[in-house]
Design a protein around this ligand. Structure first.
Ligand code: FE2
Ligand code: FE2
Length: 225
């Protein structure tokens, strides 16, 4: 096995069913949920040094937010006992997730499937650009695509990115509540994830903003599992 190869647990058979993504996980490691893959240079650069692709449109304020998310991801990955490349990968998810946050809406529309509300377009658009550059890490792409909404097929990476985006210490609204929830991670993942999702859905309801089906499907998964 090459040096920079790692295995990780993901639900790729489900990804395949819902997103038409082919995987080769089962034969490679003899386990249905294990896959072997290598860090893409863009992912490695983001995870190692916080550098973003040249197509990124992300001003200083957004970069500072992304760096705080990345710090949380790195810290939680370490606490969870993940190793080398996997910590880099989790850190990269934090740095990359809002890489197109400051891009003009018109430039994002062609990169996202229909049905995304305008404020969330940057997320699927970022995943589309990463995929076009050769990033084939489906768990990472799913985490970035749905970092604002949650998704029922999230693996750990997606769940923690979703929580880090909401709980990072730079957010001032409900700061004390966020601090308290953040302190419970990574140990109390399921309960904190449920609380973060509940709060995000409630905020959308209060603002009379649309709640995407992915959020409700994740909620249903959490309250029925
Ligand atoms: Fe975002
Ligand atoms: Fe964000």
């Amino acid at each position: 096995m090459p040096v920079r190869v790692r295995s990780r647990v993901a639900r790729h058979d489900l990804y395949s069913r819902f997103f038409g993504i082919a995987t080769t996980s089962s034969e490679l490691l003899g386990k249905q949920t294990d896959v072997v893959t290598e860090l893409h240079p863009l992912v490695e650069a983001a995870g190692q040094s916080g550098s973003l692709p040249d197509w990124a449109r992300c001003g200083p304020r957004r970069r500072a937010h992304a760096a705080r998310v990345a710090n949380l991801m790195s810290s939680w990955a370490t606490s969870l006992g993940l190793e080398g490349d996997e910590i880099v990968r989790w850190t990269a998810a934090g740095h990359l997730h809002d890489a197109l946050k400051d891009a003009p809406v018109e430039s994002l529309e062609s990169l996202a499937e229909s049905g995304w509300p305008e404020p969330l377009l940057h997320a699927p658009a970022c995943a589309t650009r990463l995929r076009a550059d050769g990033v084939m890490d489906e768990e990472l792409l799913l985490a970035i695509t749905y970092h604002s909404t949650g998704h029922p097929e999230f693996g750990l990476l997606g769940e923690y990115l979703y929580m880090a985006d909401f709980l990072e210490p730079g957010r001032r609204f409900l700061a004390a509540d966020r601090d308290a929830l953040r302190e419970r991670l990574p140990a109390d993942r399921e309960a904190v994830l449920r609380e973060v999702l509940r709060r995000r859905i409630m905020l959308q309801l209060d603002e009379e903003a649309p709640v995407l089906p992915a959020s409700l499907l994740l909620w249903n998964r959490l309250v029925t599992s």
